[in-house]
Write a protein that binds this ligand. Sequence first.
Ligand code: DCP
Ligand code: CA
Ligand code: CA
Length: 366
Amino acid sequence: MPRIIGHIDLDYFYAQVEEVRNPSLKGRPVMVCVFSGRTEDSGVVSTANYEAREFGVHSGMPIAQAKKRLEGHDPEVIRMDHEKYEVISNRIMEELGQMVDILEPTGIDEAFFDVTNSTGGDYGRARKLAESIKSAVVRSENLTCSIGIGRSKVVAKLGSDMAKPGGLTVIPSETTEAFLAPLDASRLYGVGPKTTSALEEMGIRTVGELAKTSPSDLERRFGMKFGGYLLAAATGTDTDSVVAGLEPAQFSRIVTLKRDTGDPKEVTEQLSEGVQSIHGKLTSSGKSFKTVTAIGILTDLTTKTKSKTFETAVSDLTVIGDTVSALFDELSRTAGKEFRRAGVRVSGLEDVEDQTSLSEFLRPVR
Ligand code: DCP
Ligand code: CA
Ligand code: CA
């Protein structure tokens, strides 16, 4: 079956996270900066929102220069908080992992995914799935992203680039050549300024021109490996597959509650399906766990967690259920606000066979 591959990239990621945390920033130029600390303004812009980009501010620009460009436009300058973005990134990747066949995170705000099986190779179904991924990211984190869908990684990545910000580009297999042909070769993944000028020297400017170049000419100029890659990229026939990220060190489920509530019973009731699905994952992967965490996302979008760690690994459905319920009792007493979303995580995973089973442990000594 021909493959269906996607690429997702979150829009102006660090700056968008800051906007979500502080909605009064919306509409104003925002830049997230890394301060080196030598002088007040020494350091660089990590990223900027689209309002700031209109004035030419971009990642890597010195802070002082960016401030000059935004003079008189009421800019907000924010110190980068990598940990905060990482926590959000992890939650998103976790959720995406449950929606696609294979997820390969390739950076803090992007991932490739393979949906060949779950869509049966149908681009209409892939579009629907991409749309539901976009709404899921908005629903859970209030963030927008861009997605590209195509028959290879290179095509999918081009699609997400062209969709920025907030869009979706679906490139069905039959129209791939026509989609690629007019694009500048420099837009292909892995084609930087050096390769671009080398291609220009050969009279190649567009992807279509590159696709028609003889393999031997490209190999002579760029070597077997990169020459071969360029041709594959230009024809949308790159074969690199989507490889799942590291084996999960945890399983989690997060749900949006039917209504905001401070009642722990209501929360655990709505989580019972999630608890069952985690138990299913444990069983199917032959894992047990040591730690259960209750996750509460409050109405102001702050996250509160409470955990319990067992001395030996367990995998019982009732143990997870009872622990989650006790943890939410505690969380609701200290949260101070109602819950908007709620989740469960089990971590400290171990292989069941490595563990002395309880029955073995209790077997009477003769
Ligand atoms: N980043 C950084 N320094 C850079 C480039 C990026 O610190 N030179 C960080 C900040 C970005 C994040 O990585 O928010 C993701 O990088 P992207 O290249 O995907 O850029 P953005 O997400 O900011 O913007 P876009 O909407 O173009 O994807
Ligand atoms: Ca991005
Ligand atoms: Ca990115």
